[in-house]
Design a protein around this ligand. Structure first.
Ligand SMILES: [Zn+2]
Ligand SMILES: [Zn+2]
Length: 136
């Protein structure tokens, strides 16, 4: 793998991964499915090409949160780690919160902002999209 790997893993350490190179995209998602899956008011994601991410210890278990989508998590401790979907071919989202240095990977925008919890206020000027952001 190349320079500057971003490493992370679950709470118990059974699943570890390394991502090579910079993420393609970062965002905070306010959708109700991410919220429920992570039991968190919003979830920060870093998107990578599938080949950028390598599991270095263990492998996530998967839950199909919809017919198109799979959420990867540690079967031992429950940490949410990944999101992959048939509508995002060749891509994998990694939870920024599972990185060892999440402070190094700030989100660039908010999406599904129309589902944001009313008490969840962010003091940032990042772009906000009511649903999915436009794809380039
Ligand atoms: Zn674990
Ligand atoms: Zn979401």
């Amino acid at each position: 793998m190349s320079e500057n790997p971003l490493e992370g893993g679950c709470l118990c350490g059974a699943v570890r991964y390394a991502a090579a190179g910079a993420p393609l995209f970062t965002a905070l998602c306010h959708c109700s499915m991410c919220r429920r899956a992570n039991a968190a008011p919003a979830v920060a994601w870093a998107m990578f090409a599938t080949e950028q991410v390598r599991f270095t210890k263990g492998t996530p278990a998967h839950y199909a949160s919809s017919p198109e989508a799979r959420r990867g998590f540690c079967a031992a401790c429950g940490t949410q780690i990944s999101f992959t979907a048939s509508f995002l071919p060749g891509l994998i989202d990694i939870t920024i919160g599972s990185l060892d240095r999440p402070e190094a990977v700030p989100p660039a925008l908010h999406y599904w902002d129309k589902k944001r919890l009313p008490w969840m206020k962010f003091a940032d000027d990042l772009p906000r999209y009511p649903e999915l952001p436009p794809t380039e």
